[in-house]
Design a binder for this molecule. Structure first.
Ligand SMILES: Nc1ncnc2c1ncn2[C@@H]1O[C@H](COP(=O)(O)OP(=O)(O)OP(=O)(O)O)[C@@H](O)[C@H]1O
Ligand SMILES: [Mg+2]
Length: 236
């Protein structure tokens, strides 16, 4: 992971003059218009901005799920543009944990099996998988619920399972896209406090899109997007 290392190496995430347009010609949508910012190692950074400002587009680029029209995204000093598809896949699987607004759990699997999915993708043996799933579910306060399927869990519990799943492969970076968007404010706040605690305890870095002011308060740093541009907290 050192071969692409240069200027952004100190940061866990370094985004440099990133543009992302959808379509072309007069009907093109310019979702990101020259975005530069960094997420420092071990910090929880909140990405705020109103609907349509480009938050999801940016998170997808940082997570290697999408490719910028121009500009550079570096994860821990590695430029994603320099990776081929298998390398990108390995980076997403081994170094990044995703938490989505809609939880994204697999309905037919239990909480413990859902947490085990990323480890399964990496070929972790069953015994080790089960043990780590149990540890992670205990950490998010769901030790008693390991055998329940998503439909048998509340929204807040489902999102806790999603956080446990995101931690399964001991990622360096957690990317969460409005993880509390479908939760009531009290449940949302405790979910954010959980993320806050996880960042401290596990030494991971987190980038969390949210427009909830109570959640933004818990962040170490806030980056604000407006119409595809950073208006606060970015780099010059
Ligand atoms: N695949 C796509 N094709 C065309 N336009 C897109 C696509 N994805 C996003 N956009 C456009 O890019 C802009 C930014 O969208 P994005 O989803 O990043 O916003 P957001 O900040 O996440 O909003 P929300 O808070 O509602 O989730 C919007 O104008 C959206 O319509
Ligand atoms: Mg979005």
């Amino acid at each position: 992971m050192t071969q692409h290392q240069d200027s952004g190496a100190a940061a866990m995430v370094a985004v440099e003059d990133v543009h992302r347009s959808f379509g072309s010609g007069p009907r093109a949508v310019h979702a990101l218009r020259g975005v530069s910012f960094e997420v420092r190692r071990g910090e929880l950074t909140a990405l705020k901005g109103r609907s349509g400002s480009g938050k999801t587009t940016l998170l997808n680029l940082v997570g290697g799920l999408d490719v910028p029209s121009s500009g550079t995204v570096r994860i821990d000093g590695t430029a994603l543009g320099g990776l081929d598809e298998p390398e990108l896949l390995a980076l997403r699987r081994d170094r990044i944990g995703f938490v989505f607004q809609s939880f994204g759990l697999i309905p037919v699997l239990t909480a413990a099996e859902n947490v085990g999915v990323p480890m399964r993708l990496r070929g972790t043996p069953a015994r080790e998988r089960e043990e780590r799933a149990r540890t992670l579910l205990a950490m998010v306060g769901l030790a008693e619920h390991a055998a329940q399927r998503p439909e048998e869990l509340s929204g807040g519990q489902q999102q806790r399972v999603a956080v446990a799943r995101a931690l399964a492969n001991e990622p360096d970076l957690i990317i969460a896209d409005e993880p509390t968007g479908q939760l009531d404010s009290g449940t949302g706040r405790s979910l954010m406090q959980l993320l806050r605690a996880v960042v401290r305890a596990e030494g991971v870095t987190a980038l969390v899109a949210t427009h909830d002011p109570a959640l933004i308060e818990l962040a170490d740093r806030v980056v604000e997007l407006r119409d595809g541009r950073i208006v606060d907290g970015g780099c010059a």
